[in-house]
Design a protein around this ligand. Sequence first.
Ligand code: IPE
Ligand code: IPE
Ligand code: MG
Length: 252
Amino acid sequence: MQKPEHIAIIMDGNGRWAQERGLQRFEGHIAGAKTVEQIVEDADDLGVRQLTLYCLSSENWKRPKAELDALMILLKSYVIDQRPRMMEKSVQFKMIGRRKGIPDDVLAEIDKTIELTRGNHGIILCLAINYGSRGELRDAFVRIAEQLADPAARKALLEENRAGSIDELVTEEFISRHLYTAPYTDPDLLIRTAGEMRLSNYLLWQISYAEFWVTPIYWPDFNRAVLEEAIAAFGRRNRKFGGLPGGEQPRP
Ligand code: IPE
Ligand code: IPE
Ligand code: MG
């Protein structure tokens, strides 16, 4: 049965989980962070090579300051507290998203964890923080435009890529190389918890052919059994990438 190597997750429903228990929203985020700890280990056990988790979108800054502050404190303690476990499990810790806007003290701890785990060879744990897919594409287009506007840089780029024109140079692969996710493969499976049927500006380019799986379960209640269910559902999907089922040939 086919297995997803790279799973992206929109971890939604922390707020509703808390509200339904008469708790504060931030308590839902605390419970959600515990789920992250557990699910990284479960995904690793199940042979997943990469997890890309949506932690904070570029649109989430619209939330009350108190909630955002709580999220930043949680994030910082997560990347500090998990270091020993990440080293034990050889986790490669990464981040995608716009650095500008994330508090310096949080960024510094994120960077330390990235550095510490750089030589590891286990599961890649990539957190999307201050991430927005349109912003990512916009940043890529600006960087490409800047390179092309500089005659020396343009010449070097064309030569490096053995391209005779800008049209030949700017392939889909070239654009992918300018995204935050450049070093990674595209997700095979996208999971969203808490039932919403939308992407909320997540990995728009990268999930072109990902299989989409939505569960009504809130993120704090997500567990290994649900992950296994998602992986099993993925195994039953018929991925065609625009071709025909099972690679059948069309009739003449
Ligand atoms: C997802 O949970 C976590 C973040 C967006 C940080 P929410 O906080 O969006 O939970 P709901 O959607 O309000 O239940
Ligand atoms: C998406 O959830 C972002 C994260 C899970 C971090 P939201 O709760 O922000 O999405 P919307 O607002 O329901 O689209
Ligand atoms: Mg939400």
